[in-house]
Design a protein around this ligand. Sequence first.
Ligand SMILES: [Mn+2]
Length: 230
Amino acid sequence: MHEYIHKKYGAEWVGYPSIVGAGNNGCILHYEENTRTRVGTDMVLMDVGAEYHGYSADVTRTVPVSGKFTPRQKQIYDLVYQAQEAVFKLCREGTPFNQLNAKAKEVLADGLLTLGIIQDKKDVGIYYPHGCSHHLGLDVHDKSNYGDLKENMVITVEPGIYIPQNSSCDKKWWGIAVRIEDDVKIGKDSCELLSWAAPRKSEDVERKVAEKSILNEFDLPDLRPGKKAF
Ligand SMILES: [Mn+2]
């Protein structure tokens, strides 16, 4: 559906292969099989972006398929949201690029410690194994010198937490994967959120999922055995 809508808006391509993983599959960072159709009460992590006239977007949303986050899913989701909010505040000219990830790590480490998922802040990397930001441009992971942010740079802000099956925390957390990724344009004193149209707050995500979709009326026809051709 995302790819269909990209085309409807006139985007020529996807910026990268869509990543759509339910539950534990969300823990696989570049999961592209996208084959599971029965997802129960899991969340679905969708990392999708259009390429428009040569420039790529890169946006991730994680939604509860049932329409409501379970209390544990919500605890993890809200923590990732908090980390993202904290990083947005640093997105302005002059901030050293690596300070963005340092901030995300700090917030996520505090939260994981409070939830009892880690016992030592330095273990945050077990559940947050990637960086918080990259530049966007002609390439979805555009290059730069990774120095200080400058006005009009476009970057992602994408903290996440991934707790695969058999992790060394309480198994009540297993299979939870959340990433929230937005694209921002750096300004002199703040940043502009380019991907504002997709809800981010857990309550707003639930509200969006509850909305009626044209797909509610879309029933696939039954598949019947072939007919005699002549
Ligand atoms: Mn990204």
